[in-house]
Design a protein around this ligand. Structure first.
Ligand SMILES: [Ca+2]
Length: 201
């Protein structure tokens, strides 16, 4: 009788293990793109908006150096892991993480300790968040000649340098120390900058 009970206990355990491995198999077969579509649906996007967003992400990734990784429905991390690119959700001007609470103001889009670059004026459009203290070649992410505004929300007083590629890296201007912000519309530097060193001092 004891032996029989052990036998059934073993069967029960085997059944549980089978269920676990089945669950694992189905999770592994779900593609990331489907997961992002589900994320978009959960955020209230229509199927059409979700497709449109994914094709924008695909287009942006084609402009980037190989190895970039889509990390959410509207975000891409660069291959070196040093920058995060966020695309505005369909119908919105200001970029935000898809699971962030809305509404978000342009100024709230740049987290503390980051230098944020925008391809739109007034801190709108595609946002590239720089965290690491190093030189960023905007050509590596297809953002050369596209910078229109930036928010410097690094630690207080930290300033960045902005460069243009002229067969060498030509320094053009420095930002004011953090916190600072600037819209380049109307300046000679709108859609002109090709490189940024976010933390010169
Ligand atoms: Ca340029």
């Amino acid at each position: 009788m004891v032996k029989l009970r052990r036998f059934f206990a073993f069967i029960g355990m085997a059944g549980t293990l089978a269920a676990i491995s089945l669950g694992g198999a189905s999770a592994a077969s779900a593609s990331p793109v489907n997961a992002y579509a589900a994320q978009a649906a959960a955020a209230g996007l229509t199927e059409q908006q979700s497709h449109s967003l994914q094709s924008q992400v695909d287009d942006q990734m084609k402009r980037m150096k190989p190895g970039a990784v889509q990390v959410s429905a509207n975000q891409i991390r660069t291959a070196d892991g040093d920058a995060l690119i966020t695309l505005p959700l369909p119908g919105e001007k200001v970029a935000r993480a898809i699971n962030a609470a809305e509404p978000i103001s342009a100024f709230a889009s740049c987290p503390y300790k980051y230098m944020c670059l925008y391809d739109g004026t007034g801190y709108t459009g595609l946002m590239m968040q720089l965290y690491t203290c190093k030189f960023y070649n905007l050509g590596d992410v297809g953002l050369n000649d596209r910078l229109s505004s930036y928010i410097n929300n690094q630690t207080p007083g930290t300033a960045g340098d902005f460069y243009n590629w002229e067969e060498f890296w030509a320094w053009k201007f420095s930002s004011a120390g953090a916190y600072s912000q600037q819209s380049l519309l109307g300046s000679p530097y709108n859609n002109y900058i090709d490189g940024v060193y976010p933390c010169y001092n």
